[in-house]
Design a protein around this ligand. Structure first.
Ligand code: DQA
Length: 165
């Protein structure tokens, strides 16, 4: 489990969701699928638990609140999943907040913005993310949790069994 060095307290993964994601399930299901945000939250908690990690699941329709979640994550999270939704494509404020994070940050999207309208092709979030997982529906979140777990455990860099080429 990820630990806060000073207090030995396990730090959770912050899973931060932006505007309109509260309406998942009924919002354009042909693009975003039928899972509700509550269902995604439960699946994420179970996946993180399998890695020995905790989650804090957050959503806001307000840009400033997303910035505040990211500021809080600086000291309270071992890693971050961020689906900034529409703010992905517009928000320098979210990019600035991300640039202060030292933990792994994975950009997540249910859909694949690169295959969609031109105005979704620019991602400010991608400019500060450790990596991006898009287009896989709910699996984008679950694979992003696997990625955070792998990054925290240092694999494959610290794999003792890895042979030198
Ligand atoms: C989204 C993609 C964004 O372009 C869009 O504005 C969303 C959802 C996704 O998860 O596919 O709200 O982030």
């Amino acid at each position: 489990m990820a630990k806060n060095a000073s207090k030995s307290k396990p730090l959770p993964i912050y899973i931060i969701n932006g505007p309109n994601l509260n309406l998942l399930g009924t919002r354009e299901p042909e693009i975003y699928g039928r899972a509700t945000l509550g269902e995604i939250e439960k699946l994420c908690a179970a996946r993180a638990k399998a890695h020995g990690l905790l989650t804090v699941f957050l959503q806001s329709n307000k840009e400033g609140e997303l910035v505040e979640f990211l500021q809080e994550a600086r000291v309270a999270a071992c890693g971050v999943l961020l689906n900034a939704a529409g703010y992905t494509h517009t928000s320098v404020a979210i990019l600035d907040a991300m640039q202060m994070l030292k933990q792994p940050v994975i950009e997540v999207h249910l859909s694949n913005p690169a295959r969609r309208e031109h105005y979704r092709h620019l991602s400010y979030v991608a400019k500060a993310a450790t990596g991006s997982i898009t287009g896989l529906g709910v699996n984008s979140y679950l694979l992003a949790i696997d990625a955070v777990a792998a990054l925290l455990s240092g694999s494959p860099k610290n794999e003792k069994t890895r042979k030198k080429k």
